[in-house]
Write a protein that binds this ligand. Structure first.
Ligand code: NI
Length: 171
């Protein structure tokens, strides 16, 4: 396993649409292992492969809180089969937009289908933070960031904040 660098805005790679994975091979599992280690190191609760520059439809997540045992989840080729009309506003952040948070409103529950770490097809409902996180991560697969759901003014502010922080760190 290896920790990989996480791309941040305005890196154009983050705008790419990721491609479906043909099969969950050992190579894909090695990618998921690296993604999980990178996410824990950051630390974050979700990561899409494109955030480490790999345009494949792969997501890792762990929604366990501090004192709970780790509970990694893996999603390959995830699809949303159904959503409810109710929405849930939630203050989101993203490892590709460090130190910026704002509220996005998304469907409160979604029914998912994906392949897990073993390559088995799984269908389940997600709600609460799980629903928020999987929709946020699935946006990444389409080249969409959570700041793309905000006003242009807020989006520009977020990007310039990240650029400025990077310049300061490099100086
Ligand atoms: Ni994100």
């Amino acid at each position: 396993m290896a920790i990989r660098p996480i791309l941040t805005v305005p890196d154009p790679i983050l705008k790419q649409v990721s491609k479906p994975v043909e099969a969950v091979t050992d190579e894909v599992r090695a990618l998921m292992d690296d993604m999980l280690e990178t996410m824990y190191d950051a630390p974050g609760i979700g990561l899409a492969a494109i955030q480490i520059g790999v345009p494949q439809r792969v997501i890792v997540m762990d929604l366990s809180s501090g004192d709970q045992p780790r509970a990694p989840r893996y999603f390959v080729n995830p699809e949303i089969l159904e959503t409810v009309e109710d929405t849930l506003p939630y203050e989101e952040g993203c490892l590709s937009v460090p130190d910026f948070f704002d509220t996005v409103e998304r469907p409160a529950r979604v029914r998912l289908r994906y392949l897990n770490y073993e390559g088995k097809s799984v269908e389940e409902w997600a709600d609460g933070m799980f629903a928020v996180c999987i929709q946020h991560e699935m946006d990444h697969l389409e080249g969409t960031l959570f700041i793309d759901h905000l006003s242009r003014l807020k989006r520009n502010y977020a990007v310039s904040k990240v650029k400025k922080a990077k310049r300061t760190a490099a100086a």
